[in-house]
Design a protein around this ligand. Sequence first.
Ligand SMILES: CC(=O)N[C@H]1[C@@H](OP(=O)(O)OP(=O)(O)OC[C@H]2O[C@@H](n3ccc(=O)[nH]c3=O)[C@H](O)[C@@H]2O)O[C@H](CO)[C@@H](O)[C@@H]1O
Ligand SMILES: C=C(OP(=O)(O)O)C(=O)O
Length: 477
Amino acid sequence: MAERPVSFADGSLLAPEDQLVVRGGTPLHGEIRVRGAKNLVSKAMVAALLGETPSTLYDVPAIRDVEVVSGLLNLHGVHVTAGPDGRITLDPSNVESANVDEINVHAGSSRIPILFCGPLLHRLGHAFIPDLGGCRIGDRPIDFHLDALRAMGATVEKTPQGLDITAPAGLRGTKLTLPYPSVGATEQILLTAVRAEGITELRNAAVEPEICDLIAVLQKMGAIITIHTDRVIRIEGVPRLRGYRHRPLPDRLETASWACAALATRGDVTVRGARQADLMTFLNVFRSVGGEFEVDDSPTDGGIRFWHPGGDLRAVALETDVHPGFMTDWQQPLVVALTQARGLSIVHETVYENRLGFTDALVSMGATIQLYSDCLGSTPCRFGQRNFRHSAVISGPSKLQAADLVIPDLRGGFSHFIAALAAEGTSRVFGVNLIDRGYEDFGAKLAALGATVEGPGMPSSTGPVRLAAGGPVEAAR
Ligand SMILES: CC(=O)N[C@H]1[C@@H](OP(=O)(O)OP(=O)(O)OC[C@H]2O[C@@H](n3ccc(=O)[nH]c3=O)[C@H](O)[C@@H]2O)O[C@H](CO)[C@@H](O)[C@@H]1O
Ligand SMILES: C=C(OP(=O)(O)O)C(=O)O
């Protein structure tokens, strides 16, 4: 393929070592394994800061977000060491303030730093929070977090370097209602209220499986947290917490991604470690589209097999929503599969205002997708009448053609890969580093499923992030 320069929207050229060449047209076939959920592991690591004794997490994936949180914890005196099989231990015996410049090395790399507020306020009376990163899929403000912290007694000062947070009179429980069931804000309140004085009653809380698992972690540490009906969580503050030992719930986002990859490429993929209970809503949609799956519940090596049974896939209409609705992080990979379904599918994205931009690339590959700023679903959402292109109509099936693709965000990037694998011809995918944030051993898994992918950006079989037994958690490049 002739070399063509590819650049970001701002004109800067993409690094050649960050690209992969994908030869499409081969169905994915085989087995891969998922480990602990990205969206729980990183929060459980932060929770370890609250304990007076060391914590152990099992089955931790070697992904960039784990590396970023490890780096931040290390800066605050928490000794993070990796053992075999994804085990990490976190020793918070010597928690200390970190240097602002050193913290800022991690600015813009993940959303997790905002969750350090409560634990650092309890341990040190002060927290410095760098600018956040994470996927650019909307504005992603943190007003709910800061309002809740202030209501519990914190003082927040915005500085040119980041946020300076103190709690001069300590933190106390209170009654809080979230304007929207935000996952991060719910976690913020949990991690702050567990050691605040008195009782916190949180209304309109998010109740995603990862949040319930974080509550399980905190309960192991000595917290008293009750989930009531109607999104109400009651937290009784306790004076001290101890370390935990925890095996996280498996990553239901990665599982769904590979399931969609099987569907879009007319393949057959078994995801070992996947758990049905956390995927009920996804599995219903997968079946409605025409995908087949089989759950293997065996205690040691269970998982779910996903496959395309042949014939046409069926169009569907769906809205993303908070749990137990169809999760927004499942949406992008599913849309690629829907380009192969016969008829008109409708997707109404109600969680993020800007999570459909990745479809422009699919259109350049031959998909027929029209975006609308209207709410094309049964429920008007926060983004209606506000000029956000947050509804999509997908008309299929479309024959996809190879293209040059620039990864926009984590799930959008995975979706671009699926599209390239399903397409005719050879695509170049740029910005593959972003994938490491949430998919462990991505290159090795693609290879295990028979994908023809090569190039300087192909991660090594041990993955780009290392959890070396006995050593610290660190980046391998
Ligand atoms: C690391 C992690 O766990 N990330 C997940 C988490 O992100 P995250 O916790 O950032 O997502 P939230 O649930 O907080 O965001 C949901 C919506 O609430 C809005 N909002 C949120 C906080 C706030 O202070 N103000 C505000 O307006 C956001 O802009 C968004 O429109 O939940 C999302 C929704 O399931 C998932 O897509 C992400 O994978
Ligand atoms: C949106 C996601 O993650 P984050 O909140 O870490 O950006 C995701 O995992 O799809």
